[in-house]
Design a protein around this ligand. Structure first.
Ligand code: PLP
Length: 401
């Protein structure tokens, strides 16, 4: 009999983490593998943030944090939400967590009863459906269209809502598609939500700053202030501040929700790292100019990746407005034969072929709920990205039939 619970058997390990771990293992064994699988900026955490953390350590600000976060950091988060998003929150409406991931996990676990439904537009970040399942809820996956840049439309949303719907999860800009929602897009979705007052919105804004083009960032509670009372705005330091390993995310929402989430956190991990939160105060209050510089580098890499991959036989991808991913259509490679005599039946086969033949790790679209695609992350050194994309081109050229 398995030691794992039935609840645990409902979920799988995060595919992007599994593939990245495999790539790392291959690299340790001496292979020249290029991992395009991890969602992690290659830039170092800025020095001013590191120094703030060192200062906290040296000055002994190293004790347990309150479960909801140190007051100074929650105040800094309120300032950030006001300054950048026009959102007004008090510190008791903020919960600091161990990464953005825990915000989402806490929210779902604290609110879902058996059979409650959560609408998740696909392609989605790999963890959403499994977190819903773990919480006893039912993920309702809604496929979006490449032709509409993988954005959820009001009619798709309307068609997915039932009496059991508890949450809509909206990720803007989106991992894995890079799709960004304009204020106008969000207003269209808000119009639907107004007709269904039992539906809450969890907006995952972790890629807020990784945005290209002229359209400013918009978030639901800002565009639709009347939905403020049923919106959880989630954000974190991992991506824009290059702080993946510091494990800091936060949620801002109605006090009743935040209280339920912090009750859960009080019985699981307690407060997030005090040192990381002091670094977070500096991240949010300090110099922001490096973000613009990093985003300019990401934009050049996006253009490079789009250009090389669109020249590969059987591949096509659009040029997304946000995040640091490309979601590449590989339907024209299906049915083709590899030099070893295998057949590409699906996007999982294609990703495996890239790893076996050219030592490039990507994540297959099935993991994100929409096939046949694969995701590449371009958050790695530009020369390695270029080399990886050329290898993908070569792998495609070697397919026949
Ligand atoms: C869409 C999305 N949400 C949340 C997270 C989690 O972020 P964190 O590393 O802060 O837990 C990620 C990380 O990859 C992500 O891509």
């Amino acid at each position: 009999m398995s030691i794992a619970s039935q609840r645990m058997n409902r979920i799988k390990a995060s595919p992007s983490i599994v593939i990245s771990a495999k790539a790392m293992e291959m690299a340790r064994a001496g292979h020249d593998v290029i991992a395009l699988s991890a969602g992690e900026p290659d830039f170092d955490t800025p020095d001013n943030i590191k120094i703030a953390a060192m200062r906290a350590i040296i000055e002994g600000r190293t004790k347990y944090s309150p479960v909801t976060g140190i007051p100074e950091f929650r105040e800094a988060i309120c300032r950030k939400l006001e300054r950048e998003n026009g959102l007004s929150h008090t510190p008791d409406q903020i919960l600091v967590c161990n990464g953005g991931k825990q915000v989402i996990y806490n929210a779902l676990t604290a609110t879902l009863d058996p059979d409650d439904e959560v609408i998740i537009p696909a392609p989605f970040w790999v963890s959403y459906p499994d977190m819903v399942l773990l919480s006893g809820g039912t993920p309702v996956v809604v496929a979006t269209e490449g032709a509409n840049e993988f954005r959820l439309t009001p009619s798709l949303l309307e068609g997915a809502i039932t009496a059991k719907t508890k949450w809509l999860i909206l990720n803007n800009p989106c991992n894995p598609s890079g799709a960004a929602y304009s204020a106008q897009d969000l207003e269209g979705l808000a119009e639907v939500l107004r007709r269904h007052p039992h539906v809450w919105v969890l907006t995952d804004d972790i890629y807020e700053h990784i945005l290209y083009g002229d359209e400013p960032f918009a978030t639901m509670a800002q565009v639709a202030p009347d939905l403020h009372g049923r919106t959880l705005t989630m954000n974190g330091l991992s991506k824009a501040y290059c702080m993946t390993g510091w494990r800091i995310g936060y949620g801002a929402g109605p006090k009743e929700l935040i209280t339920a989430m912090s009750k859960l956190q009080s019985q699981s991990t307690s407060g997030a790292s005090t040192i990381s939160q002091w670094a977070g105060v500096e991240a949010l209050d300090g110099d922001q100019s490096f973000i613009r510089d990093n985003v300019a580098v990401f934009e050049d890499r996006r253009d490079l990746g789009v250009s090389i991959l669109n020249q590969a036989n059987g591949l096509s991808c659009n040029s997304p407005n946000g995040a640091f991913y490309l979601y590449v259509d590989c339907r024209e490679t299906l049915g083709k034969r590899t030099p070893e005599g295998g057949t590409i039946e699906n996007d999982g086969d294609f990703a495996k072929y890239l790893l076996d033949s050219e030592e490039v790790a990507v994540v297959h679209g099935d993991a994100f709920g929409l096939s046949p695609y694969f995701r590449i992350s371009y958050a790695l050194a530009t020369d390695r990205l270029e080399e990886a994309c050329m290898r993908i081109q070569r792998a495609c050229a070697s397919l026949s039939g």
